[in-house]
Write a protein that binds this ligand. Sequence first.
Ligand SMILES: [Zn+2]
Length: 60
Amino acid sequence: MSDIMSENENEKFEVLYSCLKCATVTSNDELSRLPEIKCICGFRVFVKRRPGIVKTIRAV
Ligand SMILES: [Zn+2]
């Protein structure tokens, strides 16, 4: 089961994912070549990162 692949928005550009645990950045293309969606650390939860769109979270 891969939740991150369920979002199909016809994106032509490369989508990057960063591991929620170790923050290793992996490209969508790279992940699709793997037998299963999984980080090198073994964690399976990724955060989608769009190039050009930077979300800033302010710590108050
Ligand atoms: Zn990881």
